[in-house]
Design a protein around this ligand. Structure first.
Ligand code: AMP
Ligand code: GLY
Length: 419
């Protein structure tokens, strides 16, 4: 079977790498991919926003399964487009993808189906939002309703900060149309974690746990990023807590999509806060996490194609999944300036030194090939993943590998998996 992976980051490199290992996969296409994915299959020069071109390509190349990485492509309705054309694709339909692309849609879904989440209000005018601040205590969270590259949440510690965030989103439209509506939420404290589960209308298969490190600097300080590193398993989730999450979040979610007739055959990745009163859902992501995928897939022993296919054919119950019991750590190497403005076009050296190292895999994110050089082309450049018998062994191996790779202005955190 030919498969098409849509996207060009580290998550998509990991998906393409794993799919290529399937004995049933003939060709892997990645649109648009990066320098790393070109070693797993063929990069295709189509932007993820060009849905009709992607459809034409999938038809021409007899693609048997398309896997979508980025949330905005799901929100644009690619799953409906492909399915209406009779092509198989992994991901939620456009309406179900609103669980990620609209915070207020997700909040109403949670309230309707009894899924624990923070108390909230939604507002379509700045004046009304500001007046409503009286109903909350500080700190509180101000959220742009739509997709904002993970930057649309401001934790405000006082009225001044909250009003500035509301103005920024609603008046100055810092996140464009994503800020037409805002959600204001009570602040939750606790440990943050997330889970990944394959979901269709009949069943749900939960992956081992993973944990992201979202802040830029060591000690979980500095601005939020797309993710600076991950570990798997997480150190905060035990079997008891997982059972509670299944009972309070996943089971009601499965009931909810049935009752609301939401077409969801893809990956559900809820972000959770483990509060003293139990888990609360912060958000739903409807796609694989980046860089969570870079620690989950190296631990997966089962054929990923089997899993993705079983999700869309509603046969997940028939599958036994095997995971490597060892630990994985992924260190993200970023360009200087990320998550703000960053430079690109820097030559990356040292990749060949880690290519042959056992239990280490470098997933490319913002890279491009120019002749025989590999250059940086994005904020997050590489994800260096290592496996080890213990978390600290995996950590040590990942850092030893990351130290061998260099580019101008390269930055990574030094405490992934030890905080
Ligand atoms: P979200 O995109 O909704 O997951 O929010 C991004 C980040 O903001 C989360 O990962 C949390 O760190 C933080 N956050 C969001 N909502 C809340 C909340 N109600 N209380 C505390 N922190 C929050
Ligand atoms: N690592 C966080 C995300 O993919 O949203």
């Amino acid at each position: 079977m030919n498969v098409l992976v849509i996207g060009g980051g580290g998550r998509e490199h990991a998906l393409a790498w794993k799919l290529r290992q399937s004995p049933r996969v003939d060709r892997v296409f990645i649109a648009p991919g990066n320098a790393g994915t070109s070693q797993e299959g063929r990069n295709v020069e189509i932007r993820p926003s060009e849905l009709n071109q992607l459809l034409n390509f999938a038809r021409q190349e007899s693609v048997g399964l398309t896997v979508v990485g980025p949330d905005e492509v799901l929100a644009a309705g690619i799953v409906d487009l492909f399915e209406n054309a009779g092509l198989r694709i992994f991901g939620p339909g456009k309406e179900a993808a609103r669980l990620e692309s609209s915070k207020s849609f997700a909040k109403h879904f949670m309230v309707r189906h009894g899924i624990p989440t923070a108390r909230f209000g939604e507002y379509e005018a700045a004046g009304v939002a500001k007046a409503a601040l009286d109903k909350f205590e500080f700190p509180l969270a101000v959220k742009a309703d739509g997709l904002a590259l993970g930057k649309g949440v401001i934790i405000a510690h006082d009225r001044h900060g909250a009003e500035a965030a509301i103005d920024d989103m609603m008046e100055r439209r810092r996140f464009g149309d994503a800020g037409r509506k805002v959600v204001i939420e009570e602040f939750l404290s606790g440990v943050e974690c997330s889970i990944h589960a394959l979901v269709n209308s009949r069943s749900c298969l939960v992956f081992p746990t993973a944990q992201d490190h979202k802040q830029l600097y060591d000690g979980n300080r500095g601005p939020n990023t797309g993710g600076m590193g991950t570990i798997s398993p997480s150190r905060h989730l035990d079997a008891g807590l997982l059972k509670e999450i299944r009972d309070k979040v996943l089971d009601p979610f499965m009931d909810g999509i049935q009752k609301d007739h939401l077409r969801f055959r893809g990956l559900l990745f809820p972000g959770l806060m483990l509060t003293k009163d139990g888990p609360r859902v912060l958000e739903f992501n409807c796609r694989f996490g980046d860089p969570e995928t870079q620690v989950l897939l190296p631990r997966l022993k089962t054929d990923l194609l089997d899993l993705l296919e079983a999700t869309i054919t509603e046969q997940l119950d028939a599958i036994t999944t095997e995971w490597d019991t060892r630990c994985a750590v992924c260190i993200v190497m970023a360009s200087a300036g990320y998550p703000g403005d960053y430079e690109t076009g820097k030559t990356i050296v040292g990749l060949e030194k880690v290519e042959q190292v056992e239990d280490v895999k470098v997933f490319h994110a913002g890279t491009e090939r120019r002749g025989d050089r590999i250059l940086t082309s994005g904020g997050r450049v590489l994800g260096v993943t290592a496996i080890g018998d213990t978390l600290s062994a995996a950590r040590k191996r990942a850092y030893e590998a990351a130290e061998k790779i260099e580019f101008d202005g390269s930055y990574f955190r030094h405490d992934i998996g030890s905080i």
